[in-house]
Design a binder for this molecule. Sequence first.
Ligand SMILES: [Zn+2]
Length: 156
Amino acid sequence: MDNFQIVDFTSLSEEVKKLIREAVEIRTRAYCPYSNFAVGAAILTEEDSKVYTGFNIENSTLTPSICAERAAVPRAVCDGYLKFKMVAVAAHQNDSYTAPCGVCRQTLSEFCGSDGDIEIYLSKPTMDKVLCTKLSNLLPLSFVSYKKDSVINNCK
Ligand SMILES: [Zn+2]
């Protein structure tokens, strides 16, 4: 069984199409003078259906560079949104789709929706075909060290 499918952009819901458009649009602002590999990401929050975007931000020493997904996550979390319904990622590669890197997969797993998962949509700037999957497909057996709820309560 495939853990993803590639569909026509036009077949997607308006909610998903809007999120993909946001990722494609923010990608044009990516700060990537070293790789010239621009990526945009857009997060849809579960509560209030808010959209938070981000793009990759590179650094001359490389290590401090941050991916588009992890640039978007703090914007949502700082506004108090801790559950994500879906994430769209936009980048251009001729022969493949650009999926979140391992670090971003783990970062997103911290903020899964109430169903314990996040819908993931990978698009190219042309927005013709979109790869649809879920975070659980990209990061099976994700790391869980302790019960999150008890930690959050302890912080109050
Ligand atoms: Zn990443």
